[in-house]
Write a protein that binds this ligand. Structure first.
Ligand code: IPE
Ligand code: IPE
Ligand code: MG
Length: 253
């Protein structure tokens, strides 16, 4: 485990000065339940504390040189949780959009959602669509929220759309390559993540951005998501700048 080294998120980190920082950071926000449990509180208390953290992490992005931030809010597997936890999370997402929409727009944050919307409630889908529309001209930070998202599900849905286009004569199957599939993914407008962070000490990716993270750097940290501060974030971004990404090649070749 790398220890974050940054102590002041406002200071310009070396990674920004050198241009070696991650352009796109993706975060698996894990550990809300354990954070609540440690305090003898219900799991939803942890989810609320976790949601409060998002704003300051988004706001820390520009000074860290991060243009794209993608956060995992609800996975295609999270429906397995109790009905009351799922309902609580869905109402938290609604409450979050309602309370944050104006500030997100004002602060230059462009919001996008990825994941399968079909299973979500109509009223929530409408709020997601409206927020995307409201913030579509913003460019300061690109915030993507993965909601009912699973990497395998995304590739399966992309493949289905691609197959339909082949059947309709809009796409020649012989020309299909990696770039073609990339264009059918939910993330088609985003660059690949440079750095994927998972909080809470679990060293797995739980079906997050499988295709897109083929060459991402990973950082697994013990901190539970509700304790993830801009200082911890800045430290991880600085660690990233010291890594040597070879993409299968040889250093300095
Ligand atoms: C992550 O926290 C948030 C969601 C998956 C919605 P968890 O709820 O998974 O927290 P732990 O892993 O049980 O501590
Ligand atoms: C991954 O966390 C999903 C989100 C953070 C939204 P989980 O807590 O659902 O993952 P597992 O079950 O530990 O793999
Ligand atoms: Mg978890």
């Amino acid at each position: 485990m790398n220890k974050p080294t940054g102590s002041n998120a406002d200071a310009t980190p070396a990674s920004v000065a050198t241009g070696n920082g991650p352009r796109h950071v993706a975060i698996i926000m894990d550990g809300n339940g354990r954070w609540a449990q440690q305090r003898g509180r219900p799991r939803l208390f942890g989810h609320h504390a976790g949601a409060k953290r998002v704003r300051e992490i988004v706001e820390a992005c520009p000074s860290l040189g991060v243009e794209y931030l993608t956060i995992f809010a609800f996975s295609t597997e999270n429906w397995k949780r109790t009905q009351s936890e799922v309902a609580g999370l869905m109402s938290l997402f609604r409450r979050y959009i309602t309370s944050q929409a104006r500030d997100l727009k004002k602060n230059g944050v462009r919001v996008r959602f990825i994941g399968d919307r079909v299973r979500l409630e109509k009223s929530l889908i409408k709020m997601m669509d409206d927020l995307e529309e409201m913030t579509r001209d913003n460019t300061r930070v690109h915030l993507t929220v993965a909601l009912n998202y699973g990497g395998r599900d995304e590739v399966a849905r992309a493949t289905k759309r691609m197959a339909r286009d082949v059947a309709a004569g809009k796409l020649d199957a012989e020309t299909v390559d990696e770039q073609t599939l990339t264009r059918y993914l939910d993330t088609r407008l985003l660059p690949d993540p440079d750095l994927v962070i998972r909080t809470s000490g679990e060293a797995r990716i739980s079906n997050f951005l499988l295709w897109q993270s083929a060459y991402a750097e990973y950082e697994f940290i013990e901190t539970l998501w509700p304790d993830f501060s801009p200082e911890v974030f800045a430290g991880i971004v600085q660690n990233y700048a010291g890594r040597d990404r070879r993409y299968g090649g040889v250093k300095n070749a």
